[in-house]
Ligand binder design. Structure first.
Ligand code: ADP
Length: 474
């Protein structure tokens, strides 16, 4: 089974969110069970400087709208044998900012061209016109940046069966309608049964309309997006396609997120030998200038600071939480207002609260290990990773009753699920957690229950492999 996995980001080369974790881990897990899965990535600076053993495999002399485009083949990392094809087109991809936005957080004005190119190359490699010997049976696309690929493929006359995975429906890639022709899309597709969306060109809708199969990253999210509000305007199409829409939970990298061998920690521990977690808490408190106090329940949050994540509710209950005797660590970056409010909260409670504004992978591991309770009160969460990392690290999560959070946290057994999406709903869950924390044997039991969960990628990979088989069989 040959699968081309087209994605705009993949760990460890380029990451803005959970999609990079999925793209870094799922292809490797698929290869582990015999699927020849290869990545397709844009040639950003970090990809060209990080991918191993690069060689040119293709040169497209005159791609309309672009000119000369090179395709490189490389390996994702030195220790794993995951082949990656890289679209080398410096004019579009080699920039100083992030993959989608410049350094000041503004979307690049030519994103339609940048990800139109990624989609177009994906479709070409999945079609009978591909100049490569390696021919995928499946083209697996991810989020709006690859959404045009199933459309291009259809209009090229078909080829591999296509799968479109929805990691987050909030980002849809909607652009001006006058880009349709320049991007090489036929006018006939610009209608409701196609890639038109309220008079504009929608990359995501193209994928959702033309792909042979759709998946969402958790079973609950696959249901939620067929209705308002989480369908975000696409609920009609998704409900219409429900017979070819399934939810497959993401896994986590069980080697990278393993408290008994985590190189970011100064101490190790496991479900069988949990004592090291206390030391992790002390070190974390010391590092962040919090009072070193074993008894104080330590709450952690690691997140992009966007309205999706419910950080505003945490900020509303923050003072009350600290007054109760707890400590709070907020790690993340994003909306300026939320960053500011997080800093203010920390400033009001020296020694009790810390706000670290930035992206810090090592610290994210130390917070997962050192905290007692993890906060993830998301308004919606397609799958979510930190609630799984938390359970693996014996850090009991408090989560919103949505998407993958609902599918991976068992209320009262491995964590606490909010009864209502609001600040009072969050506070109720916090009170339940604090009561449980005070009952030491019950708390240990909960920590153990979480640490014993199997969130490995292998389980998800088997479900994707079964789907590929079904689609390839027609
Ligand atoms: P999303 O993809 O919506 O951002 P996920 O929970 O699926 O949410 O994945 C987020 C990933 O990014 C996790 O691996 C999380 O630990 C990481 N992350 C988010 N913000 C930070 C940060 N400020 N520092 C370190 N890691 C972060």
């Amino acid at each position: 089974m040959k699968v081309l996995f087209a994605t705009p980001e993949a760990r460890p080369l380029i990451k803005t969110g959970g999609l990079a974790d999925v793209s870094g881990a799922l292809p490797a897990a698929l290869r582990g069970i015999g699927v020849d899965c290869r990545l397709l990535l844009p040639g950003y600076h970090s990809v060209l400087s990080g991918a191993r053993e690069q060689r040119e495999v293709l040169r497209l002399a005159n791609l309309p709208g672009y000119g000369e485009v090179r395709l490189l083949e490389a390996r994702l990392t030195s220790d794993e044998d995951v082949p990656v094809y890289i679209v080398d087109y410096p004019y579009h991809y080699q920039r100083d900012g992030g993959p989608y936005q410049d350094a000041s957080g503004r979307d690049y004005p030519d994103n339609a061209w940048r990800f139109g190119l990624l989609s177009r190359i994906a479709a070409l490699l999945a079609s009978p016109l591909s100049p490569l010997d390696w021919r995928p049976r499946i083209l697996h696309c991810n989020d709006w940046q690859t959404g045009l690929a199933p459309a291009y493929l259809k209009f090229m006359g078909g080829g591999a069966a296509s799968v479109m995975t929805i990691h987050n429906l909030a980002y849809q890639g909607v652009f001006a309608p006058d880009l349709v022709a320049p991007l090489g899309l036929p006018r006939e597709g610009f209608r409701i049964e196609g890639f038109e969306y309220h008079g504009k060109l929608s990359f995501l809708k193209a994928g959702l309309y033309y792909a042979d199969w759709l998946t969402a990253v958790s079973p609950t999210y696959a249901e939620e997006i067929q209705r308002e509000p989480l369908g975000m305007g696409l609920q009609g199409l998704l409900a219409h396609r429900r017979e070819s829409l399934t939810g497959i939970l993401n896994g986590i990298d069980m080697a990278e997120w393993n408290p008994s061998s985590d190189l970011h920690l100064s101490c190790d521990y496991s479900a069988r030998a949990p004592a090291g977690k206390k030391r992790c808490k002390q070190v974390l408190q010391g590092d962040l200038n919090l009072e070193v106090n074993e008894e104080a329940p330590l709450f952690g949050l690691i997140s992009r600071f966007t309205p999706q994540k419910g950080l505003d509710w945490v900020l509303q209950v923050g003072d009350r939480l600290i007054a109760w005797g707890a400590q709070l660590i907020l790690l993340g970056k994003g909306d300026a207002e939320l960053e500011h409010a997080a800093r203010l909260l920390a400033a009001r409670h020296p020694g009790r609260a810390a706000a670290i504004i930035g992206y810090d992978e090592g610290l994210s591991h130390r917070v997962e290990a050192g905290a007692d309770i993890f906060l993830m009160p998301s308004r919606f969460e397609p799958c979510g990773l930190n609630q799984m990392y938390s359970q693996r690290y014996g850090t009991v999560p408090i989560v919103g009753a949505t998407g993958g959070l609902k599918d991976t946290v068992e209320d009262g057994v491995t964590g606490f699920v909010m009864s209502e999406p609001s600040a009072p709903g969050l506070w109720l869950a916090i009170e339940r957690a604090l009561a449980a924390y005070a009952d030491k044997p019950a708390w240990r039991h909960m920590m153990q229950a979480g640490m014993q969960q199997d969130f490995s990628w292998e389980r998800s990979a088997r479900q994707y492999a079964a789907l590929y088989e079904k689609l390839a069989a027609g």
